[in-house]
Design a protein around this ligand. Structure first.
Ligand code: PRP
Length: 180
């Protein structure tokens, strides 16, 4: 285990199993239709790459960059939407994939934009972690991997100051490592 990690919350194996279950649930709901699966950079990339391989249906992949945290542990409150797909998404089914649903501001902003500006009528959301205690926006994910307490988690795409994303498991960062 990495020396900055206090505790492993979700092991590689636990993540692998849960991602397969999420992929099966999405495949079932797609019922053979083609979906656009859209990763929110950067945190979701590991989850996304495993998830799309667990979906047994035709998919196209797209990427968007929605950032609100900067380099600290607290959200600035502003969601910056930096990149959106160039493909016309009107009338498509879009599954937005993110690593963690925290305050919900990011996902809300993305879903609103897909619906209101890009004409997507069928938006689904899939997150690996759900930190309900921190929610301020009115949003719940359609597919959610694990509930998580209000602790600072890193690994499997989740970062602190862009570090730890490559850990294959999800763990609690030692408070001393982020100045708490
Ligand atoms: C993180 C995470 C989610 C968002 C969740 O992204 O990946 O997108 O914050 O927080 P919220 O529910 O309070 O909006 P971040 O902005 O840190 O960018 P990153 O994915 O590049 O790490």
């Amino acid at each position: 285990m990495h020396r900055d990690i206090a505790e492993v919350l979700f092991s590689e194996e636990a993540i692998r199993q849960r991602v397969r279950e999420l992929g099966r649930a999405i495949s079932h709901d797609l019922a053979g239709r083609e979906a656009v699966v859209m990763a929110l950079l950067k945190g979701s990339v590991l989850f996304f790459s495993d998830l799309v391989r667990s979906i047994d249906a035709p998919v196209k992949v797209e990427f968007a960059w929605a950032s609100s945290y900067g380099k600290g542990t607290e959200s600035s409150g502003e969601v910056l939407l930096k990149v959106f797909p160039e493909e016309d998404l009107r009338g498509r089914m879009v599954v937005v994939v993110d690593d963690i649903l925290d305050t919900g501001r990011t996902l809300s902003a993305v879903v609103d934009r897909l619906r209101n500006e890009l004409g997507v009528t069928d938006v689904r959301t899939c997150v690996l972690l759900d930190k309900k205690a921190r929610r301020t926006a009115r949003i719940e994910a359609d597919y959610s991997g694990f509930p998580v307490d209000d602790v600072f988690v890193v690994g499997y795409g989740l970062d602190y100051a862009d570090r730890y994303r490559n850990l294959p498991y999800i763990g609690v960062l030692k408070p001393g490592c982020y100045g708490a």
